[in-house]
Design a protein around this ligand. Sequence first.
Ligand code: ZN
Length: 243
Amino acid sequence: MEYVLGHQGRLYKEADGEVYAPRPALAAEQIDETYPVAPELELVLSREEPGPGYTRVDLRAELSMAEEAHFSRLARAAQIAVWHDQHRFCGRCGARSKRAAGELAKRCPECELVVYPRISPCIIVLVTDGDRCLLAHNTRFPEGRYSTLAGFIEAGETAEAAVAREIMEEVGVEVTNIRYAHSQAWPFPHSLMLGFYADYAGGEICPDGEEIDLAGWFTADDLPQLPPTFTISRQLIEGFLNR
Ligand SMILES: [Zn+2]
């Protein structure tokens, strides 16, 4: 059995060590809770901040180097650690919640409310028109970096409706032929990115000026700086370029 160490929603590793350690580094009384991450991998949540022999895992850097299986296990461990940290008490009655038996959940010992790790579905979409694709610069991006459009799915909304709405809100164009491609767990802190392609149907590109400050059409021989290869946004763009 291997272990990954967490505290207050963050993951830690031994300084200069691997993320997964061969045995728990803590005494039983120092452990807040443990959760299964994968066969032979457990998340051990420490009551105390790990000492000077430990360093925080840089999740983004770690995921950028990860193979698919490692990516998925690390995303899961990170999301469970955040969920545990943010759901210490029952949201209905305020009692301290406890890990449920037999499933990955917390059950309130007073009112029996069950809560599962929080997952926030988002859409992420590449709009295309013939041999050109629509890429946008988010105000939070480094200068020169362009990506696909993305946004959270709202309560009661379908993923397809969210795709059309987000595109209209962020860049003001209409789309058609919205089709699902693939998804990626995105543990910042608990998103599930649902990747789509959509065909341009009309309208002039008009960035909303808040989230998106620049947007335009790009072709394969005229691409801006793109997101890192491990991201679903980059995978959607590569999928279009290699179609
Ligand atoms: Zn309760």
